[in-house]
Ligand binder design. Sequence first.
Ligand code: H79
Length: 574
Amino acid sequence: MLHPSFLTLLFVAPLFATPASQPAMPDDRRMDWWRQARFGMFIHWGIYSVPAGEWKGKTVDGPSEWIMHTAQIPIAEYEPLAARFNPKHFDAAKIVGLARTAGMKYLVITSKHHDGFCMWDAKETEWDVFGASPFHRDVMREMSDECRKQGIRFGVYYSIMDWRHPDARGENFPKYAEYLRGQVTELIENYSPDILWFDGEWIEEWTPALGDDLYALCRELKPDIIVNNRVGKGRVGMGPSKTSAGDFGTPEQEIPARGIPGYDWETCMTFNDSWGYKTADHNWKSSERIIQMLADIASKGGNFLLNIGPTSDGEVPAESIERLEEVGEWMKVNGDSIYATGPSPFGRLSWGRCTTAPGVLYLHVFSTISPDSMLVVPGLRNEVLRAAPLEAPATVLPTSRQGDDLLVATGPYARSGADLVLRLEIAGAPDVIEVPPTTIRADGEGVLQLRADDATLIGDRVQTQIQGGQTDIGFWTSPEDFARWEVDAAGRYSVELDLACQPANAGGEAIIRVGGSECRITVPDTGSWTQFRTVKAGTISVQAPGPVLVVVAPGEGFTGALMNLREVRLIPER
Ligand code: H79
């Protein structure tokens, strides 16, 4: 059975996605620096870096900062970890310097995570670096001072949920709420953060009224402070966020398919899988992927808060340092295409993303263009005054027109890389018409190739990504999202999919549907999200010739993420 909303969507959804529009955000000067910054560093650091994801000789699933919960460690057994927290190599100057090198403009560091341990000299508790650990140094002091010195904006993360405080659950919660307000007051008065980043607001004791009061307290103590939406209860699940109290939405570990029109937002994401340092976690994202995600987020009007998890010795993992330096190299050349830019005027671009500045379009080319082919900018009607690669601003690239499309000859710059940025100077505001997806026709062999680039994606989460120069459909994290293609087909076809799926998400069902005919696959484990494999799905038949829609949608047993889908092929049966 198909999900009922799937059928509704099929009838009411527009034929193609509308372009991300310029968010109608409140005219609030206070947000200016944050909107221009675009790129920040998240730091998860606490005594959970001591076990680093291991308990009683076993690796514990999930992020390391959750170990107390996940491994069900009693408070009495968790507390002694503090005595082992003595990070001799912690050097605030080095960490802030690393953020600067990467081209980040702000950072947000955990002052207290869910375990309640305080990384400053907290007045109200001894459960802090001074009272419970041999590390008698005020991490918030050192970090805030260093941020000021190096011109990086300073943000403080604070967890509302607290697993250790005796009043943080149940009827004594009002007492805990006073403790929390006291701590937040102390943090703002002592370290004057530019951002307060709350988390753990989902516990039932936390109410919208408490959120409103806490937001008011922050603004009262520091009028131009910026506070995330998790101060209140306005978040929907863990996903893309609406805002109630709070200044910006906080999608976690995901990039909303079309941004969050009308709201400021920031995607926070881990470098590997865990937020806190975890010895067994080697699943590092490449610098290429980080750069593309940054451009993707900027093209949708958001910020990117990228996490590091220092060790219990105070060191930043070498894998993070290496990648941040590579991202920094790219930012040095291409930063103008990220900082203070506006979102894309295009609905979708098969080769990458677009960001904007007054009179300028930045084309972010993720996929490989061969030296003798042209980059097609679909539906751009403006006169182009000048086109040049950001890495070689003196070079003029020839442009021409083909109907409503603009063509750019990238010549020697047609090389693959993380993101080749072309700067187009245009006359007037962007004038873009939506080019509808073309009907896909059979090739010489009668095969219909339904590529990710040509799909129309319906839903809030699902979106294309470019990995290793090739596009796939990913972020398929809602069971209601689907992909479709219009094809000109007739007869019986066997169906093949090129897909990737990591072990943890394998086993969900995907349905391939044309008219009344359908076939299904159980998505196999291909090893990882980037290892693609061809899977045969069975046969379908199309009764009458003419344009029909081919739909791929999640079926039974949704696993949290369906698959990464590169291509569907319909091969005629003889
Ligand atoms: O601080 C980072 C995370 O620790 C925190 N927010 C970011 C910024 C966060 N809290 N909750 N979540 C993220 C999502 C919750 C996931 C859960 Fe689980 C699923 C909690 C219990 C089951 C993840 C998996 C944590 C333990 C197992």
